[in-house]
Design a protein around this ligand. Structure first.
Ligand SMILES: [Zn+2]
Length: 416
């Protein structure tokens, strides 16, 4: 039976896939094809990318347009993090649905099914299969088909937890259950990158750990890959840049007289790390250009995009977002010599931004350079493909291998 196995190493940027740090990934790449111009979606946040990998569609099309989003649950706009387990039901209540397009789990539910293991935030895991078409096991939450509550993985949110999760994935999913789609999402190196200097010894330690788990998983399926039955996809969702400075957009707009106060529902600012999305209430729509002008005049901000132009970023101009703010990017290296720096944003919600450590969410060169390796029938051994690919190409490639429809997705099935 044809099967697809997908391994995500959260936050691993492609310039850190090297013989010293990721010997297993490069060994796997020699057995298949490495895509050297792979890119992410915008915002380059984990939860949006999870939904885009799951659906093959850009955030504007699948409906999850941020790691944090503004919802109106009856009391005006409020910025909510997508991370907690409770977010999914609030999102469904506000919109009358979860994602607007089917996930891979839904597409395979009657033809071998899906089992997903995830160790990023609960929200990132849940939005890989928000309507419960397959099995989803996260360290804190788990669901059987039909969203029946199951026993969570209970592993740590760190490299050790990823290792324990990988062993169970090998034993239970790869050797026992053998679903059509098996996906495992490691939290490292992303989790550690948020609190250490990029390129530091602590950073390389967790890259080596994520690489080791990918190697173990591959070694447990390689016979199926060689027989043409299994398509093995190993990728990251985004990379990271180093935070040079934190800019509080809420403070700027309140001081400019363009937002009523902290957390006020007139102008809802959702921080995405190295970008932010701004939602305006009906009464505040007339302030759009004034807000955009104030922010565009700040030299720490690289780009401000408003109104219909946000569709150029893969967002939906009719989905509630009125203004997008993107940080200025530079090649300035981290204290340990890893290139790429950017300012990070705070909004109505205060997120974890650490100056001198890693972050993502914008359009910087390194955060937009995840890696992608495909091994299996049709992917030439040792090939390096320079054509641009995207996170949204993973789902159509998986469906094509399984002989299922890959139409109506924004991405395209990779070659073959
Ligand atoms: Zn991520």
């Amino acid at each position: 039976m044809k099967r697809v196995v997908i391994v995500i190493c959260d936050g691993l940027r492609s310039d850190m896939v090297t013989p010293e740090t990721t010997p297993n990934l490069l060994r796997i790449a020699k057995a298949g094809t490495q895509f050297t111009s792979h890119g992410g979606v915008f915002p380059s946040t984990t939860r949006t990318t999870a939904a885009s990998i799951a659906t093959g569609c850009l955030p504007g099309r699948n409906g999850l347009e941020g790691n944090a989003v503004a919802l109106d649950l009856g009391d005006g706009l409020e910025v909510l993090s997508v991370g907690p387990p409770s977010f999914r039901d609030k999102f469904a209540e506000a919109n009358g649905r979860t994602l607007k397009v089917p996930t891979m789990s839904e597409r395979v539910k009657d033809v071998g099914g899906a089992v997903i293991y995830a160790n990023a935030s609960p929200g990132a895991g849940i939005f890989l299969d928000p309507d419960g078409h397959g099995h989803l096991f996260h360290r804190d939450v788990a669901f059987a088909p039909g969203r029946l509550t199951a026993e969570p993985l209970g592993v740590g949110h760190d490299a050790e937890g990823d290792s324990a999760m990988a062993q169970r994935f090998i034993d239970d999913v790869l050797h026992d259950q053998k679903p059509a789609l098996a996906l495992i999402w490691q939290c490292e190196p992303d989790s550690t990158q948020h609190s250490v200097s990029m390129g530091s010894p602590a950073h390389f330690d967790v890259i080596r750990s994520a690489d080791a788990q990918a190697g173990r998983i591959y070694d447990n399926i390689s016979a199926g890959v060689d027989a043409g039955d299994i398509l093995f996809i190993c990728a990251s969702d985004h990379g990271h840049e180093t935070i040079s400075e934190i800019v509080d957009l809420e403070k700027i707009l309140i001081e400019a007289g363009l937002k009523d106060g902290p957390g006020s529902p007139d102008v809802a600012i959702a921080p995405q790390g190295l970008s932010a999305t701004i939602y305006l209430s009906e009464d505040a729509k007339s302030r759009r250009t004034a807000i955009a002008n104030v922010l565009a005049a700040d030299n720490r901000i690289g780009r401000v995009v408003e109104g219909p132009q946000i569709s150029d970023l893969g967002l939906n101009p009719d989905g509630g977002i009125d203004i997008v703010v993107i940080a200025a990017h530079s090649e300035t290296p981290s204290a340990d010599g890893a290139p790429g720096s950017s300012v990070a944003f705070q909004g109505d919600l205060k997120i974890s931004n650490n100056v001198g450590c890693g972050q993502h969410g914008g359009l910087g060169r390194y955060e937009q350079s995840p890696f992608l390796i495909c091994v299996g029938a049709g992917f030439d051994k040792g090939a390096l493909i320079e054509d641009a690919t995207s996170a949204i190409d993973i789902a159509p490639s998986a469906m094509r291998h399984l002989g299922l429809a890959d139409d109506d997705m924004d991405g395209r099935a990779l070659q073959h």
